[in-house]
Design a protein around this ligand. Structure first.
Ligand SMILES: O=C(O)CCC(=O)C(=O)O
Length: 300
């Protein structure tokens, strides 16, 4: 089902993806990502999710709880910035249903070779025409407050994407490069969004940048060390919204001494475990899933 040689793409027609082939898994390990043409979420789920973005960015939270990070606010931030929230699953049950999906957790674990996954963080991304880039980075660079400091990510597109509308872009094979330090100043709207990846590439390596061009409901999975980001949205009319689940191996714990300015607030004194109220287990090979997730609405 994959097309590993050119651009590893899993194609489905109108059905939800339930598992990957050995070739898909091999493609993920070879390239550092797997692109999925469609079938990560149902049509109904897509419509429900799209309807949530405007009100979330307007600061209307169904649960009454704000996201962990509000990186764009109308009136506060320039209109040409890619709009982003982190951990909006805490604010909206429909977003939570997708971000914490058991099926997505199982698919991610299958690709990464984890025995189970728990959520670290979601990203709600809204990129209208004319908005600027997201600087290329490695997700695992931002996880040194966790042990192990690695993750696997699912990027779900709520719209059909085109290469000129600023889709996610992934650098093929870059998951084999060393982990670079986190970049915090050139993340939102850098002029040279590829600079980090270029600097990290082994001498003489040309960047093989692959855009995630998929139907609505498609997307990709990528390794925590894969360099990725997105160019400006240069399309005059196409909006793109994406919903991202960054997932940790189920056994992940807090680091003894390293802390994160936002997420270490969830660390209890004298206890390095990740509390399932904030880092629920999405899927585990034992059949375990954090019990409170059963209260989320069904959107598939
Ligand atoms: O959608 C984007 O522009 C960036 C997303 C991203 O950084 C991620 O999925 O890890």
């Amino acid at each position: 089902m994959g097309r590993p040689a050119e651009r590893p793409v899993v194609e489905q027609s109108g059905v939800l993806i339930e598992s990957f082939s050995p070739e898909d898994i091999e493609g993920f390990h070879r390239d550092g990502f797997l692109i999925v043409e469609e079938g990560l979420v149902s049509e109904r789920g897509l419509e429900l999710l799209r309807s949530r973005y405007e009100r979330l960015f307007a600061g209307e939270y169904e649960t009454g709880i704000g996201p962990d990070e509000v990186n764009w606010m109308p009136g506060r931030d320039p209109e040409d910035r890619t709009r982003q929230l982190c951990n909006a699953w805490k604010s909206d049950p429909v977003v939570a249903a997708q971000v914490l999906s058991e099926r997505i957790g199982r698919l991610a674990a299958e690709l990464a070779g984890y025995r189970g996954v728990r959520i670290l963080q979601d990203n709600v991304l809204w990129k209208p025409p004319g908005t600027k880039a997201i600087g290329f980075h490695q997700d695992s660079s931002y996880a040194d407050y966790l042990v192990p400091s690695e993750m696997v990510t699912c990027w779900l597109s709520l719209h059909e994407t085109t290469a000129d509308a600023g889709p996610l872009e992934l650098v093929r094979g870059s998951h084999t490069w060393p982990k670079s330090p986190p970049e915090r100043t050139q993340f939102h709207a850098p002029d040279d969004w590829l600079a980090g990846a270029r600097a990290a590439a082994p001498a003489g390596t040309e960047l093989d940048v692959v855009p995630v061009v998929v139907k609505a409901g498609g997307g990709s999975f990528h390794h925590g060390l894969t360099w990725h980001g997105s160019a400006p949205n240069r399309n005059a009319s196409l909006v793109r919204m994406a919903l991202v689940s960054h997932m940790l191996p189920v056994e992940a714990r807090f680091h003894e001494t390293n802390v994160d300015v936002t997420y270490s607030r969830y660390r209890r004194r004298g206890d390095l475990s990740l509390d399932e109220s904030f880092f629920p287990v999405m899927w585990d090979e034992s059949g375990y899933r954090t019990p409170w997730l059963a209260e989320l609405p069904a959107i598939d």
